[in-house]
Design a protein around this ligand. Structure first.
Ligand SMILES: [Mg+2]
Length: 414
């Protein structure tokens, strides 16, 4: 057993839908589809098991879902509520170990290696988690206990819903998945599966048999895939720790202090694109947005807020930074900045509102366009040249120009 890890993966069953059914009993025996409304463009985020009987699945176009089940109950997600429940789940998991890693609102690993003396003890904890989730949250979850992260995740999928399953060893894992599609090695996505298919590889067994070719053609990724196919996975459960929070922020110091909060708001709009651009290049999503202000007396303040879904979208960053700005005291300001923190990689991210509703995406695009337009009219500046935000010197040049325009307007008005 490589590394000899003891890992539990917990996954809530049909999470969003289950929370809604818990809070409104009349929904229980109806097909419930959480996502966009049938008259909107978008997809299914989660549906209950009743809806799955109609062949409805997460990610399915909402129109298709409606066609399959016009009598279903369609609902928008209520992220604030799900986040609360998610925090309660985290409390339960962290009562067993501080080594917990969450990969989605409703899903996480705990590492019991060294915490328990026997497999039997880990099994007890696995069952206890299920019991506590049932009693304390009035929800069900599926639990997988295994020797590695991949195997634990596979195990929790195995008996869904309200399932419990164990994969104690590498051999057990390989026996279980050998004749399944490569996608059952859950780190293999649609894209990789297609690539493998081109090499004539569809099942885990194929992957084992052609391991040399895969390593040659796919390099590092190939090596990793072959390891998985043989059940080798020594990735550690990596808890989120305050001290290793990475953050991405951009700030701007004015040549001369400014007092116009409208100007600060517009500068935040520009800086948000810089932050978003950097996050996108790094493939990171932030769970929180921050605002930094330094006043003319050198006093600095930072304000931050957790947002309901992780993002690297410029407009979302701006909207939240702008909200934060409205609540700080007015005064002469020398520096303004905004950032994203609690960064995560894309892996395991829940679908966001914008992902679910393409109308939402269009709306955001429109909002961005109209904001640029308004700013162009206000400052009499053509921002087209800096819209890609690549050239930071140029961007900062424009901000200085905006400041000068603002100052001259203030003079004119007084
Ligand atoms: Mg789930």
């Amino acid at each position: 057993m490589l590394g000899g890890q003891i890992i539990i993966h917990v996954d809530m069953d049909a999470f969003y839908a289950s929370v809604e059914m818990r809070d409104d009993k009349t929904l229980i025996d109806k097909p419930l589809i959480i996502g966009s409304m049938p008259n909107e463009r978008g997809v299914v985020s989660t549906c209950n098991y009743e809806a799955r009987k109609y062949g409805i699945r997460s990610g399915m176009n909402i129109k298709e879902a409606f066609k399959r089940c016009p009598k279903g109950v369609f609902m928008h997600p209520n992220f604030d509520k799900y986040i609360k429940v998610s925090n309660q789940l985290h409390e339960i998991l962290e009562s067993y170990t501080d080594r917990a890693e969450y990969i989605a609102l409703d899903e996480g690993y705990i590492d019991l290696t060294g915490k328990v003396n026997s497999w039997e003890q880990a099994r007890k904890i696995g069952h206890e988690i299920k019991k506590r989730v049932r009693e304390e949250l009035s929800l069900t979850c599926s639990v997988g206990l295994a020797y590695s992260k991949t195997a634990a995740k596979t195990a929790s999928e195995e008996k869904k819903p309200d399932g419990y399953f164990e994969i104690p060893s590498r051999e057990d894992f390989v026996t279980l998945v050998l004749d399944r599609n490569v996608k059952s090695l859950y780190t293999v996505g649609e894209k990789t599966a297609k690539k493998l298919h081109l090499y004539g590889i569809d099942t885990v067994r194929d992957l084992q048999n052609k391991s040399n070719e895969v390593k040659i053609f796919m390099g590092k990724q190939g090596e990793y895939l072959v390891d998985l196919a043989f059940g080798f996975d020594d990735r550690k459960v990596t808890p989120y720790r305050e001290e290793d929070t990475k953050s991405i922020s951009k700030e701007f110091t004015f040549q001369k202090d400014v007092s116009s909060f409208k100007l600060l708001d517009d500068v935040l709009f520009i800086l948000s694109f810089r932050v978003a651009g950097r996050a996108k290049r790094l493939g990171l999503y932030g769970e929180g947005v921050s605002l930094k202000i330094t006043y003319s007396n050198m006093k600095s303040i930072t304000r931050s807020m957790i947002i309901s879904e992780s993002t690297n979208d410029a407009y979302t960053i701006y909207e939240n930074a702008s909200k934060l700005l409205k609540n700080v005291s007015k005064g002469e300001v020398r520096l303004v900045g905004t950032g994203l923190y609690h960064l995560r990689e894309e892996d395991g991210r829940q679908l966001s509102f914008a992902d679910i509703f393409s109308t939402q995406k269009d709306m955001i695009k429109e909002k961005i366009q109209s904001k640029w337009q308004k700013m162009s009219m206000y400052y009499k500046i053509d921002f087209d040249e800096i819209k890609d935000m690549q050239n930071s010197i140029k961007v900062y040049d424009y901000i200085e120009q905006m400041r000068e325009v603002m100052v001259s307007m203030q003079k004119y008005n007084s």
